[in-house]
Design a protein around this ligand. Structure first.
Ligand code: NAP
Length: 299
């Protein structure tokens, strides 16, 4: 495989940015990796773990001689980070991101870049865990997982080709989807499960005897709430950026909960079992060996 960049800049060296850097380095697909970050502590971890070669705090210095930029900061900060870097980037440099919401991010970045919007291609690597920061990054996190690119009519073919090579270089299966299709899909299969997990923990915590109840929490509670351990900053950004699709998904979920609640209250065993069996059937399909989501443990 050909090198994807001689000098790669990762803005936001956390779980995703750090894992991408480790995977590319392990495969020998990059020359130098520069990190642009926020807290000194996280950047020290990134340096100590060999994820990046050097740290820059000033966007102008970070952008010097860079071929490719990956912006892997929380969704609400992506456009501002691009705005800080763009005036200093060499003409050949291509920019991509890792944001979990695409429509508003791609729109804001394209407005920021103006006439040079052709150098940006939005991306969403569909992999992750509930852990954050450079300490949580691994060389295998992205391997064999999907990565969705969301180019627009303004994105140049060269930008799409180089962005595809970057994420494929980390072992990902790259595909494209319009941002307008991406956001409602991920509201359902990713953002809603996080809402449900946060709400589930909150419900138990708000109940009077929460601490006592939690003593007895076992597999079911742990499995259903694992992602409630995720970063509040990152997920608040995602829910707010995708608010229309997320609120619609929550309304649908409340409808499903209400149907189950009503069947239980009415002691309607037939309706209750039918609803549970429907859900069981769909869930079993997800675990079948041929299904893409069965490839790895963590969505
Ligand atoms: P993360 O582990 O928290 O990493 C984000 C990093 O960005 C942190 O190191 C943070 O610095 C840094 N940062 C925050 N604001 C910054 C700014 N203004 N300038 C420079 N650096 C900044 O988060 P992540 O899980 O890697 O997520 C990164 C992006 O990938 C997000 O857009 C998210 O939506 C997306 N994504 C996440 C997942 C997932 O499951 N986690 C999956 C797919 C996509 P500090 O260390 O100082 O906080």
């Amino acid at each position: 495989m050909k090198r994807v960049a001689d000098r790669l800049l990762i803005a936001g060296v956390g779980l995703i940015g750090g894992s991408l850097a480790l995977a590319l380095r392990q495969r020998g697909l990059v020359g130098e990796i520069v990190g642009l970050g926020r807290s000194r502590r996280n950047m020290r971890v990134a340096l100590e773990r060999g994820i990046i070669d050097r740290v820059e705090r000033d966007p102008a210095r970070a952008a010097e001689g860079v071929d490719l930029v990956v912006v892997a900061v929380p969704v609400g900060a992506i456009a501002a980070v691009v705005a800080g870097l763009a005036p200093h980037l060499p003409e050949r440099a291509v920019i991509t991101d890792a944001g979990s919401v695409k429509g508003p991010v791609v729109g804001a970045v394209e407005r920021t870049l103006g006439a040079s919007a052709s150098r940006f291609c939005g991306a969403h690597p569909i992999a992750g865990t509930e852990n954050s920061g450079a300490a949580a990054a691994t060389a295998t996190l992205l391997e064999a997982e999907r990565c969705v690119l969301t180019p627009t009519p303004r994105t140049s073919r060269t930008t799409v080709r180089r962005t595809r090579a970057l994420w494929a270089g980390a072992g990902m299966r790259v595909e494209t989807l319009p941002a307008a299709e991406h956001d409602p899909i991920f509201a359902l299969v990713s953002h809603l499960p996080h809402i449900a997990a946060f709400a589930l923990v909150q419900t138990v915590a708000d109940a009077g005897s929460a601490s006592r109840a939690l003593t007895y929490a076992a597999g079911g509670f742990r499995d259903g709430t694992r992602v409630a351990g995720s970063s509040p900053e990152m997920w608040a950004d995602i829910f707010l950026a995708n608010r229309r699709a997320v609120t619609k998904a929550i309304d649908q979920f409340v409808g499903s909960c209400t149907r189950l609640r009503n069947a239980i209250a009415a002691e309607d065993r037939e309706a209750l079992e039918a609803a549970l069996a429907d859900a069981q059937r769909v869930r079993r399909r997800l675990s079948s060996p041929g299904h893409a989501s069965a490839r790895r443990r963590r969505p």
